[in-house]
Design a protein. Structure first.
Ligand code: GDP
Ligand code: ZN
Length: 305
């Protein structure tokens, strides 16, 4: 679907990402036992797959919206109507490329950890991109990169300037609907341009200030990649950025913590300072990186959650 959804006068948007996905999963689990199929969405959104009946050369009729794999929605804090029916920004997003630069600006791994956790919480595939690999950088960055690869994440060094890593990145985008995110200045637009010369796509969130000082955020759009796959523009970033991971789910969103969950002395362990905490022990043993645990604590305390 190419239709862009539009909303006006939103000074602040709160979000509800993938809540519906979970509900839908629950529902499909339930309905399987009741031997009826999963329900189809009733309102079309950007990213939807549809069953189309061809009427003639020019025209077709949408007969059905196929069940969504994921749903990125926004609900407005001030609108009761949307609290009940969140507006879908984008359907079927399945991958997030988190872009950092090796230098200029220096990488902020806390940012990376936060987005990786959000990707785990929302079941989106995460891909890490360390751009500006052509610039001189500290060996500590190579070590950090290795650390994330050991966690199981795909990490690619790229340079929009020399072309390093671009083919590899392109291969990972094929067959996926991908959103690029990252701090400004890391080279997101340059990467998109290296991938697809001439593509005019918003890679950072833009809010257009109107005369009244309010913000207008337009809906999301998808752009086809010539090698296959789709790029989502940045309209969905705010929805992801504001995603709140429930405190009790947060530890699970740090993949290397998972083997220790359930091993702590106390059932309701927050893994912050408790005695007998298996995760703190793993940090002390050097099995879990202290930097990752610090990111966890920061997010748990709500500074970046
Ligand atoms: P965005 O804000 O993340 O979209 O970043 P831009 O694509 O606008 O790039 C910010 C600056 O970094 C620009 O001056 C680019 O020329 C530069 N830049 C982007 N990619 C690279 C790269 O791979 N290597 C180097 N050296 N500079 C880059
Ligand atoms: Zn613990």
């Amino acid at each position: 679907a190419q239709a862009a959804t539009r909303s006006k006068g939103r000074p602040r948007a709160s979000v509800n990402v993938y809540q519906l996905l979970r509900e839908e999963r629950e529902q499909s689990k339930r309905s399987k036992s009741e031997e009826s199929g999963p329900t189809s969405p009733t309102r079309i959104s950007v990213g939807d797959y549809v069953k189309l009946r061809r009427l003639d050369e020019q025209n077709g009729l949408i007969e059905e919206i196929l069940p969504r794999q994921s749903e990125l929605s926004r609900k407005d804090a001030g609108s009761t109507a949307e609290k009940i029916v969140p507006q879908t920004l984008l359907a079927n997003l399945d991958q997030v490329v988190i872009v950092l630069a090796v230098a200029q600006p220096e990488p902020h791994f806390g940012f990376l950890d936060r987005y990786l956790a959000i990707c785990e919480a929302t079941r989106l595939q995460a891909l890490i991109c360390l751009n500006k690999a052509d610039l001189p950088h500290a060996s500590a960055i190579e070590e950090a990169a290795e650390q994330y690869r050991k966690l199981g994440y795909t990490l690619i060094f790229t340079s929009a300037h020399t072309g390093e890593g671009i083919e590899e990145l392109r291969a990972h985008l094929k067959e996926h609907t991908t959103l690029f995110t990252g701090p400004s200045g890391v080279g997101k637009s340059s990467l998109v341009n290296a991938l697809e010369p001439g593509m005019d796509i918003r890679t950072s969130e833009v809010s257009e200030a109107t005369g009244k000082g309010r913000h207008t955020t337009t809906g999301s759009r998808l752009y086809p990649l010539s090698g296959g796959g789709w790029l989502a523009d940045s309209a969905g970033i705010r929805a992801l950025a504001a995603w709140n991971i429930p405190a009790e789910e947060l530890a699970w969103c740090f993949v290397e913590f998972r083997p220790y969950l359930g091993e702590c002395l106390y059932n309701d362990c927050t893994h912050i300072n408790e005695e007998g905490c298996a995760i703190l022990q793993a940090v002390e043993d050097g099995v879990v990186a202290e930097s990752r645990h610090k990111s966890y604590v920061r997010m748990y305390m709500g500074e970046e959650r």
